[in-house]
Design a protein around this ligand. Structure first.
Ligand SMILES: [Zn+2]
Length: 385
């Protein structure tokens, strides 16, 4: 009797600058049952069975835990069990109070400079440097450290405006420091009353940020577009000169370490409303966008490809309802209660893949009266996946 193929894994074992990873076990032998442990013990025929439908295996950095080892073996019918293999994930979490920056483009007479800044949580902020002023998109999740001082130093002392593209806590933390510094701070007033994930911003010294506003940095004008969906007040920022689109969380992200866009819709907007919001933006400015910089992707993506892939995923869900469902890559508990997503592309090897969360497809849409559901969508799916 031959042996079953050993399990393989994605992402590869190694050291990650993250506190949580989601690990996909799989095996080249079709229908093999994979059993695994995460506590260091040898897996046996009584160990947990890996069910992709239940979400990937979360491995987490917690106090005192700097690495997690998954041990697994596979067994297919009529074959002997495979050897046991081990995959070790180490966590090298970044310290608070330190912002890492990288210069993506030097400013010149014709284009704005561009610097990416990351905090301990790997939230991405973008500093756009014009000839007379600079603008920072979003303010991260780190209350320690001094981001306005860093921006001041990076721009050689130009005035810096802070544009908070939506009011979630991982995008606003340094806002108070910018106010203390005397910078102008803008954030969407429409996010003041968010029921979920209250941002805790003091709006007294903050000006409203909404669609139609323009920021002249000298040689570069940033245009603001309203893209309600992720939050009521969500906006995106477009540098029409370069085609750079700074999307914060408006259009999700597709980073592999958080493998789905579970948080794409959070605020009482149906998927259908989110799709309309995306399509309205594409109608207004889609052809001007070249690159998209999201709040959570490590690198920029081709804006046309990503936005059209995302649109396809959302359209598929809205048009076909339950027929397009995939199990979520994360567990339901870690996907804000929804285990169902629509996916375009394979997150493991397509650089441009996108996912749309179905959680709100059948929830009451506060923006739409009466709420509409996708044809043939079965609300029961909410409880079975
Ligand atoms: Zn957000």
């Amino acid at each position: 009797m031959g042996k079953t193929a050993i399990p393989s894994v994605f992402p590869a074992e190694g050291t990650y600058e993250l506190s949580t990873l989601h690990v996909n076990l799989s095996c080249a032998a079709p229908h093999a049952v994979i059993r695994y442990t995460t506590d260091g013990t040898e897996p046996t025929s009584n160990s947990l069975v890996y069910h992709r439908e239940a979400g990937l295996i979360p491995v987490k950095h917690t106090d005192g835990v700097e690495s997690v080892t998954i041990r697994a073996f596979a067994q297919a019918d009529g074959l002997q069990p495979s050897d046991t293999v081990a995959f070790t994930y180490r966590f090298a979490c970044r310290p608070k109070g330190v912002f890492r920056h990288s210069l993506l483009r030097e400013p010149s007479d014709t284009v704005a400079g561009l610097i990416r800044i990351e905090d301990f949580d790997l939230d991405r902020m973008y500093l756009i440097i014009g000839q007379k002023r600079a603008a920072l998109i979003d303010a991260g999740w780190d209350y320690d450290g001094d981001l306005p001082a860093l921006c001041h130093a990076l721009t050689g002392g130009l005035p810096v405006d802070l544009l908070i593209a939506h009011g979630h806590p991982d995008h606003v933390a340094q806002a108070g420091k910018f106010i203390e510094y005397g910078c102008k701070v803008y954030a969407p007033y429409a996010d003041k009353s968010m029921k979920q994930l209250d941002c805790g911003l003091d709006f007294t010294h903050i000006e409203d940020l909404k669609g139609g506003m323009r920021f002249d940095l000298g040689g570069t004008v940033l245009q603001i577009y309203a893209t309600p969906g992720h939050t009521p007040g969500s906006v995106v920022v477009l540098d029409e000169n370069t085609g750079d689109l700074f999307a914060s969380d408006s259009f999700g992200s597709n980073r592999r370490e958080i493998p789905d866009s579970a948080w794409l819709q959070l605020s009482g907007y149906s998927l259908e409303s989110c799709l309309r919001s995306l399509e309205a933006f594409l109608d207004a400015a889609g052809n001007k966008c070249k690159r998209i910089f999201t709040g959570h992707n490590a690198e920029m993506m081709d804006a046309q490809q990503y936005l059209s892939t995302l649109r396809k995923a959302m359209h598929n869900a809205v048009d076909n309802g339950a027929a397009c469902l995939s199990p979520s890559l994360r567990s339901a508990a870690e996907s804000f209660g929804s285990g169902s997503i629509a996916v375009e592309g394979d997150w493991r090897h397509d650089p441009i893949w996108a996912a749309a969360n179905l959680q709100f497809l059948y929830d009451v849409d506060t923006q739409q009266d009466p709420p509409r559901y996708a044809p043939g969508f079965d609300p029961k799916i909410k409880t079975i996946l």
